[in-house]
Design a protein around this ligand. Structure first.
Ligand SMILES: Cc1cc2nc3c(=O)[nH]c(=O)nc-3n(C[C@H](O)[C@H](O)[C@H](O)COP(=O)(O)OP(=O)(O)OC[C@H]3O[C@@H](n4cnc5c(N)ncnc54)[C@H](O)[C@@H]3O)c2cc1C
Length: 494
């Protein structure tokens, strides 16, 4: 079912004036042209906010939240807008609180191994700073050049290194948050154990529905003593998938185990020259780290597993430049698709690792039955797939077919014992799939938790849970088209 959301008809002036009083004129955007950049994230969803606020402090955010409550406007927290599930798209209008100006690294405490961070710090900015001290922060989404740490916590983001280190929730010690009534709370603690329920953990993956994260204390770890990056080349996705299981069966957990299939290699290699063979059916990018002896022993096991699965070539990066080039091919893959095709739709599902060969075959068959090219680059070690459908938005009715095909692919993931998202969150995009993996009681429990923080239509309404109050099931893109809107253009699909 698709229901229509109309843009707010409220006159913005009194609300805007109140907000300006709190944060200053340069921190409030409300003209149509200024708001365009806040209508979308990195997926196909799109909706306009009424106002955007760019605060500098937690106290300002607390006041902004109180004003929004007074004026009865929904609030949508936003980092860089690189999300891939429509999480920061203000589907019911209201006030977007952009955290990008709260971008300071407040403290790096090497002795106690933590960093205190404002939510708008860019993931790579933290990594670069820590590297100068011989340390790192493990979660490294492929979007790390642009995404914020607040967005990472809110989406419980993963990345290539999730396989060995776990996702963002495993690296957060303490959070400062502004709750839906404007109160400021600190959750968790800077020491490892905190008495009471783990509300800090609850905020990881809450996608901006429980409050606004205003400060993060994150665990940091020393850079590894030794590191090996390998590229294993296979004729087929099936044999590369078998190698993934074989590596883990041999007792090795690489820090990263990423796969790129033929379609994406053909897109990436001419643009990035990462060194992936153009005639490969699939490549695995494998990274092992630790003490030198263990890295040597593990890399021998990895080589044996790849050979046993039919690898035609196994290459080890011999310099940091070579390693970076191999990684650039993976991390710039999505951008390369954007350069090669007018539009694409990137999916996120997770399946049991052992089901990868069959699932990959089924996914490619479904995409081809709809006539779409499908490129795959994904966190194979986690069974976290990102099938990406390429299409031309000028083709009549293509978006409906893309969404239908995407639904079938998600169904394949669920039927294999997997789930509808591995790391990008449910957002707006996947609320209707939640019933595939949770019972009504499960969903009620989640809704009750949300209501305990504040009314569900206040903070990032219509996200995560299906059938929220006043929310439609469906995509903003569908809604926009159904309204005969002129907002669709090629760029909104990437
Ligand atoms: C090229 C590309 C590669 C990607 N690779 C990965 C990957 O490897 N792994 C991965 O997990 N994701 C990946 N993503 C998705 C995305 O980058 C992550 O989900 C990221 O964490 C989003 O951060 P952001 O700052 O852009 O947040 P946004 O997109 O702005 O927001 C995401 C969600 O977080 C909420 N939010 C943001 N900031 C706050 C805050 N301070 N307090 C409360 N809620 C907040 C928003 O309301 C929204 O629901 C990729 C995206 C792109 C475009």
């Amino acid at each position: 079912m698709v229901r229509f959301f109309k843009r707010s008809r409220h006159k913005p002036e009194p609300l805007v004036r109140e907000l300006i009083k709190v944060v200053g004129i340069n921190q409030v955007l409300y003209t149509a042209e200024d708001l365009i950049g806040y209508e979308y994230d990195a997926t196909i969803e799109r909706a306009a906010p009424e106002v955007v606020v760019l605060p500098h402090t937690t106290d300002e955010i607390s006041s902004v939240v109180k004003i929004c409550r007074q004026y009865n406007r929904p609030i949508v927290p936003r980092g860089s807008g690189s999300g891939l599930s429509g999480g920061s798209v203000p589907i019911k209008g209201g006030v977007v609180v952009s955290l990008t100006r709260m971008n300071k690294i407040l403290d790096i405490n090497i002795e106690n191994r933590y960093a205190v961070l404002q939510p708008g710090v860019i993931n790579l900015q933290l990594q670069d700073r820590l590297a100068t001290e011989g340390f790192t922060y493990a979660p490294d989404p492929s979007s790390q050049r642009i995404c914020t740490l607040g967005g990472n916590v809110a989406n419980n983001s993963g990345g290539p290194h999730t396989l060995a280190h776990g996702s963002t929730v495993n690296h957060i010690l303490e959070l400062e948050v502004v709750l839906p009534n404007g109160d400021i709370a600190r959750l968790g603690s800077r020491v490892l154990d905190t008495p009471g329920p783990d509300i800090r953990g609850l905020f990881a993956g809450s996608e901006g529905t429980l409050g606004i994260i205003t400060e993060i204390t994150a665990q940091i770890i020393p850079l590894p003593q030794s590191l090996k990056t390998m590229l294993a080349v296979f004729d087929t996705v099936t044999s590369a998938s078998e190698a993934v299981s074989s590596i883990i069966r041999r007792g090795v957990i690489p820090v990263a185990l990423e796969m790129l299939d033929q379609e994406i290699i053909k897109i990436v290699e001419p643009r990035i020259q990462a060194g992936y063979p153009l005639d490969a059916g699939a490549v695995l990018l494998i990274e092992i780290e630790g003490i030198p002896d263990a890295v040597d022993a593990d890399s021998e096991l990895v080589k044996a597993a790849c050979e046993a699965s039919g690898a035609s070539e196994i290459r080890v990066a011999t310099s940091s430049e070579e390693r970076e080039k191999l990684w650039e091919g993976r991390k710039a893959a999505i951008g390369a698709i954007g350069a090669a095709y007018p539009a694409f739709y990137l999916l996120d599902g997770v399946v049991p690792r052992t089901k990868l060969p069959q699932v990959m075959e089924d996914v490619l068959a479904v995409a081809s039955s709809y006539g779409f090219k499908c490129a795959n680059m994904f966190h194979a070690g986690d069974g976290n797939l990102h099938p990406t459908l390429m299409f031309d938005p000028q083709n009549e009715g293509v978006l409906d077919r893309v969404l239908e095909c995407a639904g079938e692919i998600m169904r394949i993931c669920v039927d294999s014992g997997g789930a509808i998202t591995g790391e990008h969150g449910v957002g707006l995009e996947k609320t209707s799939y939640m019933e595939w993996i949770y019972s009504q009681d499960d969903l009620d429990a989640m809704e009750n938790i949300r209501e305990a923080f504040g009314p569900a239509d206040v903070f990032n309404p219509c996200k995560i849970l299906p059938n929220g109050h006043g929310c439609a099931v469906g995509h903003a893109a569908e809604i926009n088209i159904a309204m005969g809107g002129n907002q669709t253009s090629a760029d909104i699909y990437i």
